[in-house]
Design a protein around this ligand. Structure first.
Ligand code: PSU
Ligand code: MN
Length: 289
């Protein structure tokens, strides 16, 4: 029997949080997973090598080095061939965890999704995270997706591609800073054993792809939807006005919303990441039982 393992991503470290909070958070998530009796494997790319289980020095490097590339699936062959460093998104963390390390559980903050329309027609910006969930067998534990995205369209996409969405202790899809988007999940689970049972059934049935476990941000750190929405609308409008595209969009929106809301959004972000690390470790342990 293998030790229960939990994968962690590195885009949140390099592009999602400011230094030094990013480095502290990466260390805290690892410590939380260890304290539950599981092994953390922070995923990233160093000199072209795909690594599931970065050393503390490698994590510090990705937290501090300027211009670390945000690596989605399309970027993998580029950084591998050119021996570059890279931070992995949800999509590439899933792929490396499953293909290279045999890890079945992954804790993150929010997944990417379908971006809101910007007024100039459709943006056609669909995160590679969604397609990865459709094809790669990993349980992704997150706080839903930020309301910077079109959440109904994101859930429709997951449904079309056969990705089961679990609400962990909730009937509604969480909206990252806010505990509920008001949109229903496919099923509610109230403990790790219930999640493990659905995962085993999926594997037994021979169904490909992952499972999305959505955990609401802890109550004390929630930002109500009505309070965060004006800031989201401002950030989305600024991204459109600047003509941002592709991989630039999500980091811009995350940084801008953090600026507009000050420490509050950062506190919520850190709290939900740590909470998700704990839940993911519990699920990894339940898979052993
Ligand atoms: N959402 C967040 N925080 C993040 C991300 C998303 O609330 O740090 C990161 C994750 O690594 C996710 C990526 O996989 O952004 C999605 O980027 P894109 O939308 O370009 O696919
Ligand atoms: Mn995108």
């Amino acid at each position: 029997m293998t030790t229960p393992a939990v994968a962690l991503e590195s885009t949140v470290i390099s592009h999602g949080l400011p230094y030094p909070r990013n480095l502290q958070l990466a260390q805290e998530m690892e410590a939380i997973i260890r304290s539950q009796g599981a092994t953390p494997h922070t995923v990233g790319i160093i000199a072209g090598e795909l690594i599931a289980g970065l050393t503390p020095a490698q994590i510090e490097h990705l937290a501090t080095a300027p211009n670390v590339r945000k690596v989605s699936r399309r970027d993998l062959p580029i950084v591998a061939a050119r021996k570059e460093d890279g931070a992995t998104t949800v999509a590439t963390t899933m792929w490396i965890a499953a293909q290279w390390a045999g890890i079945e559980v992954f804790a993150t903050g929010g997944i990417g999704g379908i971006h809101r329309h910007t007024g100039a027609g459709t943006s056609n910006d669909v995160s590679a995270d969604l397609q990865e969930l459709a094809q790669t067998p990993v349980i992704v534990v997150c706080a839903g997706a930020k309301a910077i995205l079109d959440l109904p369209a994101t859930l429709e996409y997951l449904e079309t591609h056969g990705v089961t969405v679990i609400g962990y202790g909730t009937d509604h899809f969480p909206a990252f800073y806010s505990r509920s988007s008001g949109l229903p999940v496919d099923v509610r689970c109230d403990n790790p054993a219930e999640v493990a049972a659905i995962w085993r059934a999926k594997r037994t049935l021979g169904l490909p792809g992952g499972l999305l476990v959505t955990v609401p941000v802890p109550v004390a750190d929630e930002i109500p939807a009505a309070e965060i929405e004006p800031f989201i609308e401002q950030a989305v409008a600024e991204a459109a006005a600047q003509g941002l595209r592709s991989a630039e969009v999500t980091p811009f929106l995350l940084t801008r919303i953090a600026e507009l809301t000050g420490e509050r959004s950062l506190r919520a972000n850190l709290a939900l990441l740590k909470n998700n690390a704990r839940v993911a470790a519990e699920i990894a342990l339940a898979l052993q039982g």
